[in-house]
Design a protein around this ligand. Sequence first.
Ligand code: GLN
Length: 303
Amino acid sequence: MTGERVDAWLARAAGRLAGAGLDEPRFEARLLLAHALGWSAESVLRHASDLLSGETLRRADALVERRRRREPAAHILGRREFWGLEFQVTPDVLDPRPDSETLIEAALAEIGGRDAPLRIVDLGTGTGCLLLSLLSMLPNATGLGVDLSAAAVEVARRNADRLGLGDRARFRIGAWGEGVPPGCDLVVANPPYIPTAEIDRLQAEVAMWEPRLALDGGADGLAAYRSLFPAIAGMLRPDGFAAVEIGAEQGDDAAALAAASGLALRRRVRDLGGRDRCLILALRASGPKKQLEKNGPPSRVVA
Ligand code: GLN
C-alpha cells in the first residue's frame, strides 16, 4: 500500500498500539512516525494530509510492531528527554525516569550559589543523566560518573560530549566507590533497588528490556545501599551531601542503613506523585573526622 495519509496512518497505528495495552497510543504513534520520517512530532501534526510513501510506511509500521512488543520507546527512538536535555538511551542503561528529576531539584535546593566549583560524583551513572543535568545547571562544577558496566560508561561519555559537557565530566568503569578519591561536595546515585522477585511483575518494558544490573536490588531491594552508603561516607567532604534515589517504601530502611554508615538523614524528598523518592544525606557530626583520618585529606583529583 502506498500513499496513506499521515492522519490515517496515525489513527491506524494508534489503534494497534492501544490494542497492545499502551496508555498513550496517539501520542506514541506520532512519535514513531516522526522518527520514521526524521521529523519533529509537531511537523507530523502540521502535515496531517500529506501522503506517506511506501518506504516510509514500511519503516513506520516496523516501529509500531516493535512498540507493540513493549520495547521501550526510548530504545526505539534511541533517546529520552530528562531535565530538558536529550540523552541517548540503549538497552545497556536505565531509561531515565521523570521521577528521578526529583533528585536534581532536591540537590540544587541544597546548594547555595550556582557558581561554586563543586566536585560531583554520580555512582551507577547509566546514561549520565543525573551528573550531566547537574553540570548543565552548575557552570563551574566538574564531575565523575562511575558505572560497573563498560557499555553504560560509553553511553554516558557520548551523552556528555553531545551535550557539550565533555570537558567537565569524566567517567570510569568500577563498583560503587571504587577508585573515587575523597573530597566530593556532592554525591548522587540512582542505584538498583527493586527486590529481585518483583522485577518480573513490573511492566513489560522494564522487566523484558531494561538492564537487570540497573534494577536488581537483591532479595530485599536494599543490597546496593549496603555497599553504596559506606562508599559515600568515604568520599564526601565534611560539608558535602548526597542525594540518593530510593524506592517508595524504602525510606526508613535506607535511612537506617545510611545511619549505620555514618550518614545522617538531612531530608526525605517526595516526587510529584507524593511518594518518597530521594534521601538527602550528610556526614554525621562525628563522622567527618573519622573519615578524613581513614582516607587522608580532601583532594582535588575528582574529574
Ligand atoms: N524507578 C525504577 C523503576 O521503578 C527503578 C530504578 C532503580 O532500580 N533504580 O522501574
